[in-house]
Design a protein around this ligand. Sequence first.
Ligand SMILES: [Ca+2]
Length: 295
Amino acid sequence: MWAVDSWDQFRCANGGKVILQGERGEKPGRVGETKRLTPPLTPAHLEVLAKGQPLLRLDEIATNGPAPLRNVFFDGHNFFLASLDGADETCLRNRWYEASALLTVGSAKPEALPLDAWQAAGTAPERTGSLVRDGSFEQSGSSNLVSYRTGERVPWPATGLVWDAPAGGTFTSETNHGGGTCAKVVNTSGDYLLFRQPVTLDLAPGKKYRLTAWVRGENLVRGVDAWRTGSVRLAFTTPTGQHYAQVAELLGTFDWKLAAGVVEVPAGASSAEVQVGVNGGTGTMWIDEVTVAAE
Ligand SMILES: [Ca+2]
C-alpha cells in the first residue's frame, strides 16, 4: 500500500493497452478494482498522475506470495497492490511474502529515502563507547522475518533498520566472534556489497576516530581495480565527493582477525558512514563487533 498525496488520476495498462483509468475518490471506498474487470486483468504498468502530469510509475510488478497479484485498486489517497485480498488459508505464519516493482518518479524531483526516520526506532550505541549501533549484529540477527524466496532471515530487525545490508548480505549464526550472530556477505558479482550505517561523529577536520571490526574471509579475490577487496572503512561526504578512509584491505582466506585503524576526518565533511563488506572483487566475508570511537 502506498499513500501518495496530490495525485488525482490513475491509469493501469497491460501489453501496451490501457485496461483501467479513472480519478481518485475523495471519500474512502475502493475505486478502479482490476479484479472487477471482465475478465479480471493484472496490470503490468501503473501510473498515477497529478493534473495530467505523470507523478509515479510502477512497472514489472511481481510477487512471490502464495497467490498471484489479484487486485489493484485505489481507496481515498491510497493505492493497493493486493496479492491476498481478504483472508487466505494458504498463508503461512511467521513467513513474509515479497512483492517488487520498478518505481519511476515522473516529473517530480527524486529524493533519497528518509533514512533517519527509520533509524529513530533503532538501538542505542553500545556501552563500549562505540558510536556504532548493534555493532555485534545481535539485534539485527534477531529478525524473525524470513524470505519466502530464499528461506533466510531478512535484515529487518523488529527494532528498526540499523544496518543497511547489501544484496547477498545476511545475518547468520553459522559463525561469529561475539554473541551469537554476525553479518555475512557473499559476493559473486564483483559489485560493491557493503553493510552500511551512518554514524554521528564530530566532523571537525583532523578529528581522529578508531575504527575496528572482527572479520573472517574465504576466497576473497581482488576485483578489476586494486582497491576492490574486502573492506573496513569510514566514508565521509565532502563537497568534492565521497572520501574513503579504509583501515583494512582483506584478501584470501583467513580465520577471525581484528581489522583496526585510526582515521582522520577530512576537511568539509558533512556526514560519515561506516562501511564493511566485499567492496568489489569476489568471495565471502563475515563481520562482527564493529566499533567506532573517538581516539
Ligand atoms: Ca555478534
